[in-house]
Design a protein around this ligand. Structure first.
Ligand code: 5GP
Ligand code: MN
Length: 369
């Protein structure tokens, strides 16, 4: 691999090649702004000085989380780096095609291996989350590690603990931001088909199949990845068309029997209990997309899905127009997220959720008007 020869002198010090210094003038699409170029130089320097890089994604990993881990991970491996990817807990089976060798380490299932990995890492790159709380106990381990940490993320309000922050909210996904950074990072190094496929998966899932949070750069990236040879039909069929019958029946039930609309608050609500999960043979990921459904109703501007689990109620929020569910979540649901897609947790019995939602969304929408 000529990457190291290009970038390091005999003493393993980084020397920017002339070609690299002028390289940004040659970039055709999405040229990096000068500030981003300088940050990319810093990232390249950090990477050049390291052997073992640990990548980490957020709890309940989704397509953007796994897509960015795999996309960045494969890229760095091709640069000759020893790379480990870690997530706090399991991810849904339909994302398994991105990790066919089961290389992604799962902290809740293999804490010892993860501890060793953190101890061995000389650089940690955090993808698709904005603070250590989003990786739960894994955050304590990483917080104690003295090595530099890099953030690549598209959520607002990033925590102040990173040596280097790539935080951009006007992109579809972390995959889009990561693709933009890495495709311009090292001269002569191309994004591989494997990385491209992972990045495509993340941008497709985070945009709800190119419906929300879509920017001109999103479509340009999609076009570039299709030109690279990414098979979008294959990804769609694995991610969008591979659910069990039970999920469709559950969706029907949620819409017909469970959804409540509160026109006075311009709000919609669904509550998925443990009993319902059991009844419909619920598998991880089966409720993906449910929270968007009430937004299809003309009057509904904010939608919530509450999912009961053993320890707490998971909160999922979506909005349209100018309603900030990031703020709603921070104020009432112990969470955060994007302006129009956020989440959090509640520690109350499931029987009290409806009242709590009505009270909080009532207050909130009163203020928002
Ligand atoms: P989802 O509804 O798909 O689980 O999450 C939507 C968005 O909210 C995601 O971007 C996710 O990062 C964010 N989010 C979900 N749960 C939490 C949480 O507990 N805390 C924070 N800060 N963000 C969350
Ligand atoms: Mn994301």
């Amino acid at each position: 691999m000529n990457f190291n020869i290009l970038l390091l002198d005999k003493n393993k010090k980084y020397i920017p090649p002339l070609q690299y210094i002028f390289n940004f003038a040659l970039i055709k699409f999405e040229p990096l702004k000068v500030k981003e170029r300088l940050k990319s130089d810093d990232l390249l320097r950090l990477i050049a000085d390291t052997k073992h890089i640990m990548l980490t994604g957020h709890v309940n990993p989704d397509g953007d989380s796994i897509g960015s881990l795999v996309g960045v991970g494969k890229y760095l491996q091709e640069l000759g780096k020893d790379v480990s990817a870690v997530v706090p807990n399991r991810f849904p089976d339909y994302l398994g095609f991105l990790d066919p060798e089961n290389e992604i380490l799962i902290y809740s299932e293999n804490p010892d291996r993860v501890r060793e990995t953190v101890a061995r890492a000389d650089l940690i790159i955090c993808l698709d989350f904005n603070g250590l709380k989003r990786i739960e106990q894994l955050g304590e381990l990483i917080g104690r590690s003295p090595v530099p940490k890099v953030l690549i993320d598209h959520h607002p309000q990033p925590e102040n603990l990173f040596a280097l922050v790539f935080s951009e909210t006007e992109v579809s996904s972390t995959c889009e931001l990561a693709y933009r950074i890495f495709k311009n990072l090292a001269p002569g190094e191309k994004i591989s088909l494997e990385s491209g496929r992972a990045f495509y998966t993340g941008m497709m899932t985070d945009t709800n199949n190119f419906a929300n949070s879509v920017w001109p750069s999103t479509f340009r990236m999609a076009a570039e990845l299709l030109e690279l040879g990414v098979d979008k039909e294959d990804i769609q069929s694995r991610v969008l068309w591979s659910f069990a019958e039970g999920r469709m029946r559950l969706m029907g039930y949620m819409l017909h029997e469970n959804m409540k609309i509160f026109p006075q608050y311009r709000a919609g609500l669904m509550i998925l209990t443990k009993e319902m999960k059991e009844r419909f043979g619920y598998e991880d990921g089966d409720s993906e997309g449910f929270v968007n459904l009430p937004l299809g109703i003309r009057e509904v501007e904010v939608s919530a899905l509450f999912t009961e689990s053993d320890d707490f109620i998971r909160v999922s929020l979506r909005s349209k127009g100018d309603i900030s569910v990031n703020r709603l979540s921070r104020l009432y649901f112990n969470g955060g997220g994007h302006e129009r897609a956020a989440g959090g947790k509640l520690y109350i019995p499931v029987s009290e959720v409806e009242e709590y939602f009505k009270k909080s969304v009532g207050e909130f929408m009163g203020k928002e008007k």
